[in-house]
Design a protein around this ligand. Structure first.
Ligand SMILES: Cc1ncc(COP(=O)(O)O)c(C=O)c1O
Length: 447
């Protein structure tokens, strides 16, 4: 039986959330832990292209991709095909018990696609947090050192070690300590909020990094510096030109591994396969997840062969890491990214969004900054033209308006005042323009 493709238009069949979603939400409240929040309480029945269809028949424009995951689109044809065939062949053996080709093939693809021409190796895991934890484990074994340097506004996950790496307390860390030790936080080069101005940000942030690592950690104690080449949950903060390269070079000079956390920014999202390519950086280790497998849970650490191979046999792994169905999905997703030139599509989306976001910022002085790359774009909301005080209340109101009008937007930022846009790269231009029309209406209605 062939299923008809999802109709690519916004349809408001009921108020949002509709009655069936409301009933499901009631069930959710009595069945699911209150600790698990939902951004938009519509329950999804189908999805594809740039549309989410809910149980009440509403068609919502997806500007979130399930937080940067469905980069190739939901149920992308090649992903579905390879997953279906894999499910029929076998669903699990555990790669550590009896291995299979799909795991090896994904590692080969990752080794070839990630920056750097040197010999590389990969290991597969289930989530971004797990990949980050393992990158730190590998860095510690290779260097024989323990300290890890992380940044203000960083987000690396919700497990114990990755909570320690993550900057923001509420809601990610609040009440969940004590956290893993030997983690040191330094200022992030955040051009819009750099105290002495964006022009001085790169130099001063680099100097602060070097000085704080020297005085508070000691270079000889540091195993790794971990950084998101474009910070995600922290508010899509794009570091100034040259900054990443200077940090990476300094790490090399000091025997410290440079880990690029590309869990959110990787796999065509920013218009390159990986965002660190914009900085001309070849990381020692790179962590990936989210967009890698079209929605199935898969994550990876990829890096220099000598570093990856320094770990004792059996030191890395897990029951489900590199599950064959998730690997089949990754092979389908990567093939789709290549055949459909999704890096090019992300750049087209940037060219469509940026002029409209800038025009909006010219009209509404509460939009203090417009930033991002490819299909990873954001606006930062503030009190007004002369006052950069974060405006999370307005961000919440604009976000809620968009949801009621059938457009799924997401917020982000240490101060909760950033609206971020992460459309699937399978969304058509008309839908994206309509999403932006609704965003504009939201500002007219709420400011
Ligand atoms: C940069 C980055 N690292 C790590 C993670 C954690 O990934 P996961 O939620 O799959 O554990 C995220 C998730 O948003 C992320 O954006």
């Amino acid at each position: 039986m062939t299923i008809a493709p999802v109709q690519q238009c916004r349809i408001l069949a009921t108020a949002i959330p509709g009655p069936r979603s409301q009933l499901l939400d009631k069930r959710k409240r009595s069945a699911v832990s209150a600790g698990v929040g939902t951004g938009v309480s519509v329950y999804v029945e189908r999805a594809g292209g740039g549309i989410l269809v809910d149980v009440d028949g509403n068609h919502l424009i997806d500007l979130g991709s399930g937080i940067a995951v469905t980069t190739v689109g939901n149920s992308a044809p090649r992903v579905v095909q390879l997953v279906q065939s894999q499910v029929e062949d076998f669903t699990h053996t555990c790669f550590m018990v009896t291995p299979y080709e799909e795991y090896v093939a994904v590692c080969e693809r990752l080794n070839a696609l990630t920056p750097g021409d040197g010999e590389k190796r990969s290991a597969l895991f289930n989530s971004g947090s797990e990949a980050v934890e393992n990158a730190i484990k590998i860095a510690r074994v290779f260097t024989g050192r323990v300290a890890v340097v992380t940044f203000d506004h960083a987000y690396h996950g919700r497990t114990n070690l990755t909570m320690a790496l993550t900057a923001k307390s509420m809601p990610y860390k609040q009440g969940f300590g004590p956290f893993a030790g030997e983690i040191y936080r330094v200022p992030m080069a955040y051009p819009y909020r750099w105290p002495t101005g964006a022009d001085r940000c790169a130099d001063e942030a680099f100097d602060a990094f070097v000085s704080q690592v020297h005085t508070q950690v000691g270079e000889q104690n540091a195993a790794a510096v971990i950084i998101e080449p474009i910070q995600g949950e922290g508010g899509f903060i794009v570091p100034p030109a040259g900054y990443l390269r200077r940090i990476a070079d300094w790490c090399t000079q000091n025997g410290i591994l440079f880990i690029a956390d590309e869990v959110q920014s990787g796999f065509c999202r920013t218009g390159n396969w990986f965002a660190c390519e914009y900085g001309g950086v070849v990381p020692d280790l790179i962590t990936t997840a989210k967009g890698i497998a079209g929605g199935l849970p898969l994550a990876a650490v990829t890096g220099r062969a000598d570093v990856m191979d320094s770990v004792h046999g059996g030191g890395l792994g897990g029951t489900y890491g590199g599950n064959p169905v998730a690997c089949a999905a990754a092979l389908g997703a990567i093939e789709t990214m290549e055949t459909e030139d999704l890096c090019g599509r992300a750049r087209e989306i940037e060219a469509l969004f940026m002029p409209r976001l800038r025009a909006l910022a010219n009209k509404f002085d509460v939009i203090g900054d417009v930033r991002g790359r490819g299909a990873m774009l954001a606006i930062e909301l503030v009190a007004g033209a002369a006052d950069k005080a974060p405006n999370p209340v307005l961000a919440g109101a604009v976000n809620a308006y968009c949801h009621r009008q059938g457009v799924v937007t997401l917020t982000a930022g240490t101060f909760g005042n950033v609206l971020r846009f992460l459309p699937p790269l399978s969304a058509g231009d008309d839908l994206l323009h309509e999403g932006l029309d609704v965003l504009e209406q939201a500002f007219v209605a709420t400011v």
